[in-house]
Ligand binder design. Sequence first.
Ligand code: SF4
Length: 248
Amino acid sequence: MKKRKRWKNKGKPQTVGQSSADVIRNIRFLKPEDEFQFECSLCGECCRNVEHSVMLEPYDLFRIARHITHKKRNCSGIEDVIQKYADVKTIGDSVFPVFLLKTRGQRKECVFLEDGRCGIYEARPRACRLYPMGAWPNDAMDGFDYFIATERPSHFKDSAIRAGDWMDQNFSSYDREVTLLDAAATVELAPILRDLEKNGANRDTLLQMMLLHRYILFETSEPFIPQFMRNIACLKRRLIGMMEGSAL
Ligand code: SF4
């Protein structure tokens, strides 16, 4: 039988100035059989001081747009969600766009926090579903490496939870499939984009193409995965067309 490790909080609470760098500094890797102690007191603190730290993946934006359109009828689609609720950045000096949830007020609380509760709970982003855990595709891209974010130590008390059980409850098989497909697409597209940039392709054009195909060209009344596959195949064709000097 494998030995279980239990992660215990030893740090001090940190509630201000949290950023994605703080989150990354405070992660610990876990195996499915490891346990951690966690209690949600519904205080909403996980959703405050989150400036530039909650990433919105393509399926997150799709799911939020579908949810808001359905529930509140004041959303005209994914582009509208991006404009109202997300900030766009690029990863390092690449042309890979990343969307991050907007925050408001001095406490830098998430724009979706309403009276201390998540206003889009059923459609909350993957990062929020898995919190305090997270998952990255493993090197073989056939499964996930798990980690726990420990930047808010006050939550780590009471009941012990097995990491694998937490993931089974909060990371659906559809979410896993989408995450692996997106990671595979990223690995496939990255060298093509690098080559195009080296050969003088316009960065803004590449960024626009990435935004359109990876995030925006979706019909939220249709299933996500077939559209994602079509969009990525189309993007790849267009990028290869540019490489060959005949932009499609
Ligand atoms: S989307 Fe919901 S759960 Fe996630 S940070 Fe915002 S309010 Fe909190």
